[in-house]
Write a protein that binds this ligand. Structure first.
Ligand code: MN
Length: 231
């Protein structure tokens, strides 16, 4: 096959504890998946799950022990952090039942769904898409992916985010409104999931703005910590 220019190498995320890399296919995100965050965003906390996407190359892979550097994005004055459990899909499928969901999970990671909240808010008011608010360059910092083989099936565990050492978000994975299995069930009715897909499962309450120079430290029990500096 003759390409008109060389195809780009895929976005990748390192695998924890191995010299392997997880090639990223698509990035799906769940909106409002913790009750208290749904309320702080103006919802009731009782709605059906809804989804948005980021481009695969929005990932900013942060190696173990490193401090990732995220450029402060253009066109915003209100960059928000959202700490999230990320599910890495390892097997294709559509119309996957919650009971079968774990067969499609390859692993888990700590991730940040960074958000230009002012652009997202403008889009909501105007009934426009969220792409500029959510799908921008470097908007998906992510720590190494832990194989489910090592972690087991995750249904609970503390999730937290500190900014410059101060606690901003603190909750537990068990508080997800739609758990990982249910999320995969719903999402796979809309899209054929493919090996390489990442699912950002939603953020707990406490989202707030960050500025250049801030250091974000996020973690999930069993998946370690991730540090990102806004530069
Ligand atoms: Mn989010």
């Amino acid at each position: 096959m003759n390409f008109v220019f060389p195809p780009r190498t895929p976005a990748v995320v390192p695998v924890a504890g191995r010299n392997d890399f997880f090639p990223v296919h698509r990035i799906y995100c769940v909106g409002r998946n913790y009750v208290e965050h749904a309320k702080e965003m103006g919802g009731t906390g009782r709605e059906a799950p809804f989804f948005f996407m980021k481009p695969a190359d929005a990932v900013l892979a942060v190696p173990h022990g490193a401090v990732g550097e995220m450029p402060y994005p253009p066109m915003t004055n209100d960059l928000h952090h959202e700490i999230e459990l990320v599910v890495a899909i390892g097997k294709d499928g559509k119309n996957i039942s919650a009971a079968d969901a774990r067969q499609h999970v390859w692993g888990y990671a700590v991730g940040l769904d960074m958000t230009r909240r002012d652009l997202q808010g403008d889009a909501k008011k105007a009934g426009r898409p969220w792409s500029t608010g959510k799908g921008f360059d470097y908007s998906a910092p992510i720590a190494p992916i832990h194989p489910m083989h090592d972690t087991g099936w995750i249904t609970q565990g503390a999730i937290h985010l500190n900014v410059n050492g101060a606690s901003r978000q603190k909750s537990d994975i068990s508080k997800l409104i739609w758990n990982v299995a249910e999320t995969i069930e719903h999402l796979s009715t809309y899209f054929t999931l493919q090996a390489g897909d990442l699912i950002f499962t939603g953020t707990p309450e406490g989202v707030a703005a960050v500025k250049s120079g801030d250091v974000l430290e996020g973690g999930i029990a069993g998946l370690g910590e991730m540090r990102v500096k806004i530069v």
